[in-house]
Ligand binder design. Structure first.
Ligand code: GUN
Ligand code: ZN
Length: 648
């Protein structure tokens, strides 16, 4: 059982329940080789707080002493750890060292017999170099074996690896087929050589292709991803667990891991680390220590678990993109991995939150390709309804919010004629009335953009022209000269704040929402302190509140009723069963288990109407999950209800 607690796009913090306790993800499962324990599980728990570990059932089974002990006393006693233990199946060993073939059910039965919490299917390992025909054939076998293993898993949780080699479409196919099976974890397999050879573009392509079709309520494990420099990217791809023997293997070779790469101890003059090992030893002392291997293994674990905390904090803050873009600087190939994300923008947009608490930070040209940017552009293209005008003006980027920067100039032009005002912003051309909406005002962007971004902005401007939103005759702002060029006609006495409400409502809820919500006597309540919109009242009813933080709306029941009339089901709806409806009417949140269906376009953070099967409005609230997630998860909050609709 897996529960979603927090998220930033595909990156998530979750709770996985096992027979030996709960695991908070994302986490790292250190690999324990029962034949060769460098740091004991008890020590790892005490020092870095490991929550779970992974060991190899094939190795245990192969060695008489280990096998007997495991069968007699159990796996947990054998390795000396009473928390969750995952076992691998020997796929990797038989693949690497060509050891004797094993029957897939034999190893499942053995994992059950020794009391593994999470056993793994004996999948077939595909190499990135493998030809398509071979990968297809092996994938077919893996799928058959997974079916067989799932039918016989008993009380053990089962990990069903996703293979497919370097072929994104086969990864997609594998994910589709494997999602039909009763697996509790989906590890992404066949990726160790990709990481060893730093083929990060191929790795990201493989993982995101699989993510596209994997059941979202099942945690994803990235096999062999043990280097801390990869953890943030793994989380951003939606990997909930990783495992690593690297901490021990690297220590054996005298190598130390850091979040920006690996260094040989022999080359280190200054230890760039303050872990308990590095703060009590100099590099020379480590070099001379008889315990060097163990000390380096401990350092590697400290660095890894610190990086995990950094990743988790970034997920809480909504800064996983910024962190990943920063970490991608560790190696040019890792940067190429980051560049693969833009190939999967459609997938990433589905889980991209509507807004975040913290500002969008530009770290590098790659920041331009985040899904929040493409969504903003697409929504303006699809949803923005431009007021009728005689001219258009395009202002250059300026201090945000834009209306505060250009208000004086705009009012001079409004005295003369009716115009539309656009800003040539970093994100895309922005109608001035959207200027306070996330992420436009809530962004910090380099003032000296790379030529590639400037070029891309030109292309997007052309796209806006082709779509008819921006006229080729648009006046590029040249100060007084531009004002003088506008012929004196009727003054434009439209109100910016009304335009703002209409435009934001259309972008946030869909084309036509603004017009419907504002149909009547409008009263805007402004903040006395900031003069910004707080509440929108129409015909004496409070329909919307504008949030100061992200400039987006929270929906009141009266507003929800209007949108319900405007948009046919399932748009903006989360449809719940009768048991839930009763609770939601009283203001209680919606649990995913009670969701019957929902609007497929819902994104996390959206305002939604909670309705029963008859489309009767029960409540309004803010989503945590997408439709796919609401339907897949059996527990956890799907929508935080803000206001219930108690019929008399
Ligand atoms: N360990 C590293 N890669 C793999 C894989 O693809 N399958 C299994 N079962 N274990 C692995
Ligand atoms: Zn250290």
């Amino acid at each position: 059982m897996f529960e979603l607690k927090h998220r930033d796009g595909l990156a998530r913090i979750g709770i996985l329940e096992t027979a030996h306790g709960k695991i908070e993800t994302p986490t790292l499962l250190p690999v324990i080789n029962p034949n060769q324990i460098t740091v004991s599980p008890a020590e790892m728990k005490e020092k870095v707080g490991i929550q779970a570990l992974i060991t190899n059932s094939y190795i245990i089974r192969k060695h008489d002493n280990l096998r007997e002990l495991a069968l007699e006393k159990g796996l947990h006693e054998l390795v000396g750890f009473n928390g969750p233990i995952m076992t691998d199946s020997g796929t990797f060993q038989s693949h690497m060292y060509g050891e004797v073939e094993l029957e897939p059910l034999e190893i499942i039965e053995f994992q059950k017999a020794i009391g593994s919490d999470i056993g793994t299917v004996l999948d077939i390992f595909s190499e990135p170099e493998d030809k398509r025909e071979k990968v297809e054939r092996d994938l077919k076998t893996t799928i058959e074996r997974t079916q067989l293993s799932a039918d016989n898993k008993g009380n053990m949780m089962l990990a069903g690896p996703i293979q497919g080699g370097r072929f994104p479409d086969l990864r997609e196919y594998a994910a589709q087929e494997m999602s039909k099976m009763d697996c509790d974890i989906f590890p992404i397999g066949g990726v160790v050589p990709m990481m060893e050879k730093q083929m990060y573009f191929t790795l990201v392509d493989a993982v995101l292709s699989a993510k596209k079709h994997l059941n979202p309520s099942v945690p994803v494990h990235l096999f062999g991803c043990g280097h801390p420099m990869l953890f943030s990217m793994a989380a951003l791809m939606g990997c909930d667990m990783v495992d690593s023997a690297a901490y021990a293997k690297f220590a054996r070779d005298g190598r130390m891991m850091f979040s920006d790469g690996t260094r040989f101890l022999k080359d280190i003059k200054e230890l760039p680390c303050h872990c308990p090992i590095c703060s009590t030893h100099t590099a020379d002392e480590l070099r001379d220590s008889p315990d060097q291997e163990k000390l380096l293994a401990e350092h590697n674990l400290y660095v890894s678990f610190t990086e995990l905390k950094i990743v988790k904090q970034a997920i809480h803050e909504g800064r996983i993109w910024e962190l990943t873009e920063t970490r991608a600087r560790a190696h040019p190939n890792l940067l190429d991995g980051l560049k693969c994300f833009r190939k999967h923008t459609e997938l990433l947009e589905k889980t991209e939150p509507l807004s975040r608490d913290l500002a969008y930070l530009y770290t590098s040209p790659e920041s331009y390709y985040r899904p929040i940017v493409s969504r903003l552009k697409n929504r303006i293209l699809e949803r923005y309804e431009q007021p009728v005008s005689n001219f258009q003006v395009l202002f250059p980027e300026a201090t945000k919010p834009y209306y505060r920067s250009y208000g004086e100039q705009i009012s001079k032009m409004k005295d003369k004629n009716t115009l539309n005002y656009w800003i040539d912003s970093f994100f895309c051309p922005i109608p001035v009335e959207l200027d306070e909406m996330y992420p436009i005002s809530q962004s910090v962007i380099s003032e000296r953009l790379e030529p590639g971004i400037e070029q891309e902005k030109m292309r997007v401007l052309k796209e806006f022209m082709d779509a008819g939103l921006i006229s080729p005759e648009i006046k590029h702002w040249h100060g007084k000269e531009t004002i003088e060029s506008i012929p004196q006609d009727k003054a434009d006495n439209s109100e910016i704040n009304i335009a703002r409400v209409k435009a934001v409502a259309d972008i946030q809820f869909g084309k036509g929402a603004g017009k419907a919500l504002l149909d009547g006597e409008i009263e805007l309540v402004l903040s006395a302190k900031t003069d910004r919109i707080r509440n929108v009242r129409v015909n004496n009813q409070h329909v919307l509140s504008m949030r100061a933080g992200d400039g987006l709306f929270t929906l009141k029941i009266a507003g929800a009723q209007i949108l319900q009339q405007t948009f046919p089901s399932p748009k903006m709806r989360v449809i719940v069963n009768p048991d839930s409806a009763e609770f939601n009417r009283k203001g209680k949140s919606v649990f995913s288990a009670f969701v019957l269906d929902a609007d497929p376009d819902i994104v996390p953070g959206d305002e939604v109407l909670i309705v029963d099967e008859k489309d009767d409005l029960c409540a309004v609230g803010r989503t945590i999950m997408t439709r796919n997630e609401m339907l897949a998860f059996n527990n956890g909050t799907a929508v935080k209800v803000r206001e219930g609709q108690n019929h008399g």
